[in-house]
Ligand binder design. Structure first.
Ligand SMILES: C[S@@+](CC[C@H](N)C(=O)[O-])C[C@H]1O[C@@H](n2cnc3c(N)ncnc32)[C@H](O)[C@@H]1O
Length: 205
């Protein structure tokens, strides 16, 4: 008996193509993401599980920073009718995001910017900022802290950053816990498999 090789998965109502899927293989021949954007990372599932269990505002303006393939933003667009902008320093990841937006029947705006390059003008009008697996180098700690502070000053009401629990993420999370009443939640999901990590949640009052 021959088994069929799985080329896509589905969880939380969204479809994700695996690296061996012919469309992904084709995109990888044409684009070479640097900065770790060559695949989707697991912390997006933590955000989806958190939103699924605890709720998420309907029709919010959402910015996903360091979006990569943009799965968490795609989930917000699909399930909560969010207007999502996916931001990344690396334009080579956008074809992967666009493909996933297409197969999930949502539209996602894209913006090529670094964390430091996002100005007050970009942040104005956003309700929620999300990010998954985006704090993995020492130099990103300060960039991310400054970006989140700018976002809160521009009226972004909710920030969610998920991570497997790297020391670099802990530095950012502890800063916002102390200075902005941020919550650090240990979170585990069982879909699409068991994944554990932390979520930093900041609610601006
Ligand atoms: C580990 S990947 C995570 C991608 C996606 N969030 C996910 O969960 O699959 C990190 C992403 O952050 C982006 N990135 C790295 N440094 C960045 C920076 N300074 N500003 C904006 N994006 C950055 C990378 O291009 C990459 O897409």
């Amino acid at each position: 008996m021959t088994g069929t090789i799985k080329t896509q998965i589905r969880a939380y109502g969204i479809k994700v193509l695996l690296s061996r899927h012919p469309e992904i293989r084709k995109l990888k021949r044409e684009n070479a993401p640097g900065f770790h954007g060559n695949k989707f990372w697991t912390s997006s599932w933590l955000l989806m599980d958190y939103f699924n269990r605890r709720g998420f505002p309907e029709r919010a303006n959402v910015m996903e920073i360091g979006c990569g393939w943009g799965l968490a933003g795609i989930y917000c667009a699909k399930k909560y009718a969010a207007a999502v902008t996916g931001v990344d320093i690396d334009p080579e990841i956008f074809p992967f995001l666009n493909l996933h937006a297409d197969i999930n029947s949502v539209k996602i705006k894209t913006l090529k910017r670094s964390f430091s390059g996002l100005t007050a003008q970009h942040l104005k009008g956003m309700d929620v900022m999300i990010g998954a697996d985006i704090c993995f180098w020492d130099e990103l700690v300060e960039q991310l802290k400054r970006l989140i502070v700018r976002a809160l000053r521009q009226g972004v009401g909710l920030v969610f950053i998920a991570d497997p629990g790297r020391p670099t993420f802990d530095k950012v999370a502890e800063y916002f816990q102390k200075k902005y009443d941020g919550e650090i939640l240990d979170w585990t999901t069982r879909r699409p498999r068991t994944i554990s990590g932390s979520i930093l949640k900041i609610e601006s009052h």
